[in-house]
Design a protein around this ligand. Structure first.
Ligand code: ASP
Length: 318
């Protein structure tokens, strides 16, 4: 079997062949999603619970749609208004849910590591939908699929990840994934928005956006994560846009066929010029959203296969 994971907690534990297995299956789901009849039965009979302890629009909708298209019973827990507010610990919440026999738990949490902890307490497959500044594996996978389809390959590309790297789980998961697939990665942004152990990633760092974008194949923009900033990381949004916002002039440094990406939600006029974001010849931002559903279908399908196999083996041994 090419995909051996029990959970999808991050990109870090994945072997390149497992990444390829998810993307290959996701390609098939892209085709399914473009048909009138969008249903398959890979998750039929299974229960998927989405627990989002942080606000999310696109990721939660994407996981919900992915589960429904594969025939799962999908439940969204409104964690903002839940017993957590009444003082229940994360572990108690997990154990309560576990007693309802879910098969797939999709979790977003503001603290790095919270999803890993939860995965140790339940007997189902857990998918990390973003934990603090740590990882957002399905985002990196959907970005990888978007790049592979636009560029025809996922290796030996020059990729610039630009903006608020320090606070971004998207940047972290992408760095790990694109590095595993042997791409050349540059980090572009102000020194205040670079992570402290930047050298550990072994990529080139640029503080000048024009230099950083020279001859790249992919420009990946990031949102300014204001909710994770506790001080003056940038002088002003205007100044930030002037120096690091992606506009036509800065983009002209990249290869003429370079693609522009953004994980959303986008701040137009802060990280990116609205016309560039909407330019269908350069921007693949809508494709990223489309690939998101397919990648989540593929990830849940593969995890469910492993879950069923483990349960079958346990039954045989019992
Ligand atoms: N939606 C992505 C995340 O959850 C990116 C962002 O919020 O800027 O991390």
């Amino acid at each position: 079997m090419t995909f051996t994971q029990k959970h999808l907690l991050g990109i870090e534990p994945l072997h390149p062949t497992e990444i390829t297995a998810i993307l290959d299956l996701a390609d098939q789901y892209v085709d399914l999603n473009r048909r009138d009849q969008k249903h398959a039965d890979a998750l039929a009979g299974l229960t998927q619970i989405n627990m989002f302890f942080e606000n999310s629009t696109r990721t939660q909708a994407s996981f919900e749609l992915a589960g429904k298209r594969l025939g799962a019973d999908v439940m969204n827990m409104a964690m903002q208004a839940s017993s957590i507010k009444k003082g229940e610990t994360l572990i108690d919440t997990a154990l309560t849910l576990n007693a309802m026999h879910p098969d797939l738990l999709v979790v977003r949490h503001p603290h790095s590591g919270a999803v890993d902890l939860l995965a140790q307490k339940v007997n189902c497959a857990v998918l990390n939908a973003g934990d603090g500044k740590h990882e957002h594996p399905t985002q990196a996978l959907l970005d990888a699929l978007t790049i592979r389809r636009a560029k025809g390959r996922l290796h030996r590309l020059n990729i610039a990840i630009c903006g608020d790297i320090a606070h971004s789980r998207v940047a972290r998961s992408n760095l790990i994934l694109l590095g595993k697939m042997e791409n050349r990665i540059r980090l572009v942004g102000p020194p205040t928005l670079m992570p402290s152990q930047i050298d550990a990633f072994g990529c080139e760092v640029y503080h000048d956006m024009r230099e950083g974008l020279q001859d790249v194949d992919v420009v990946m923009m990031l949102r300014l994560q204001r909710e994770r900033m506790d001080g003056g990381f940038i002088p002003s949004e205007r100044e930030y846009y002037h120096r690091y916002g992606l506009d036509a002039e800065k983009l002209s440094e990249a290869k003429p066929d370079a693609i522009v990406m953004h994980p959303g939600p986008m701040n137009r006029g802060v990280e990116i010029d609205g016309d560039i974001a909407d330019d269908i010849n350069r921007s693949v931002i809508q494709e990223q959203v489309e690939m998101g559903v397919a990648v989540r279908m593929a990830a849940m399908d593969l995890l469910a296969r492993n879950l069923r196999e483990t349960r079958r083996q346990t039954e045989v041994m019992a």
